[in-house]
Design a protein around this ligand. Structure first.
Ligand code: LMR
Length: 395
């Protein structure tokens, strides 16, 4: 039977991750997969997570099933983390999910169940896995322009013109903050224009917020989601705890639903429960239990926010350091945009040949579209300068 299957390859990001692991060179530099790295290049367990895990190990006295929607306390906390302390809990519901990706999948199933004829509009470019993930659920995908690769900034006019082609009832996938792969986010004024368009054309926002806390701050990064929830009748949000709590391999996320009223929100959640039950039945507990403990314990919570903020500030500093080093080495302002972008990624305007040359000759790994993981940049000014020198050399 298996011989009938087509050949299958991992996606660009996973392929790069594996190639990096197998590279024996001591001087190799990983700017690929979106995993936070500290000053030593490590991805340590966050302190508050470690403390909560210790407490969980001591206190947990059962491994009995939690249920398809996961823990109610986790869900309650995820609603306020994303929508704020004054979130409209009458209209909001949450289901614990296996990572942001699991949330994306079950939300897509739910949306297709409700609106089988709707198209889902994704930004061009977007996280490469959006396409196979949403397609596997049977979604009809359309793209809207998002990025001007020459200017290295959002092409807002093109975005709005593209979205003007969406039909009433269509769904628009938006990156809540820290756009992946470009790092180019909308301004608040642009968000307001998008919200007006969604409202006037009766489009459903489907927000992927995988990097909350990595851009301008934990609360600041949720501004767009909260602005939408304040004026739109319905929305769906896939949130992730992979990055802001460093729980990548534990698979923790939430599928969040905003309904027009309490009754419709309940109906949506009941349907989501059915989708989950027929898919993976129930989400994993460990990581979500740890998140619940971190968010519910004042000391852990404060410690987590502090560590997350330090990570964010470090990435902002690395952006500036990289832009400065490139300015010096290229004798141009071509790379200044890096300093002003948000979150973990930016896209270097390099050709596939230049990217391959950096990998082959300098052991510098970046994704084939030029995406770099800012957290992987070296803190040491001499190493940053040498990286900029290697990039300048391939230009
Ligand atoms: C990334 O974009 O690198 C991360 O979201 C990891 C992944 O699964 O692709």
């Amino acid at each position: 039977m298996f011989e009938t299957l087509p050949s299958s390859k991992p996606d660009a990001i996973l392929k790069l991750m594996m190639a990096f692991r197998e590279d024996p060179r001591d001087n190799k530099l990983d700017l690929g997969v979106g995993v936070y790295k500290d000053v030593n290049g490590a991805t340590p367990v966050m302190k508050a997570v470690k403390s909560a895990e210790g407490k969980l190990l001591e206190e947990q006295d059962t491994k009995a099933y939690v249920g398809p929607l996961g823990s109610p306390a986790f869900n309650k906390r995820m609603i306020t983390t994303v929508f704020g302390d004054d979130a409209n809990t009458e209209r909001l519901r949450s289901a614990q999910a296996p990572g942001g990706s699991g949330a994306l999948r079950v939300i897509t199933d739910l949306v297709i169940g409700a609106r089988p004829e709707a198209a889902i509009w994704i930004s061009d470019p977007t996280w490469p896995n959006h396409v196979p993930l949403l397609s596997a659920a049977g979604a009809t995908l359309k793209t809207y322009p998002y990025y001007d690769a020459d200017k290295c900034e959002v092409d807002f006019d093109a975005m709005m013109s593209g979205l003007a082609n969406a039909k009433a009832g269509d769904v628009v996938l938006l990156h809540g903050c820290c756009h992946n792969p470009t790092g180019a986010d909308l301004t608040q004024d642009q968000w307001n224009q998008v919200i007006n368009l969604l409202k006037s054309k009766d489009l459903l926002p489907f927000v992927d917020i995988a990097y909350q806390g990595f851009g301008d701050g934990l609360e600041e990064d949720a501004w767009a989601v909260r602005a939408m929830a304040a004026v739109l009748p319905e929305m769906v949000v896939a949130a992730s705890c992979s990055k802001n709590l460093g729980l990548y391999r534990e698979r923790v996320g939430a599928a969040l639903l905003l309904g027009r009223n309490n009754t419709e929100a309940d109906l949506a959640l009941a349907n989501l429960q059915t989708v989950i039950r027929s898919n993976y039945s129930m989400p994993p507990d460990h990581g979500a239990h740890v998140v619940e403990m971190v968010l519910n314990n004042d000391a852990f919570n404060a410690n987590w926010r502090e560590e997350l903020e330090a990570m964010r500030v470090r990435m902002t500093g690395l952006r500036q350091g990289f832009a400065d080093a490139l300015r010096k080495r290229t004798n141009s302002d071509r790379f200044d945009f890096i300093a002003g972008q948000k979150g973990m990624f930016s896209r270097l305007p390099l050709s596939p040949e230049q990217i391959e040359s950096l990998r082959a000759n300098d052991a510098i790994y970046l994704v084939g579209d030029g995406r770099i993981n800012v957290a992987g940049l070296p803190d040491d000014p001499a190493a940053m300068d040498s990286l900029a020198e290697s990039i300048a050399a391939v230009l």
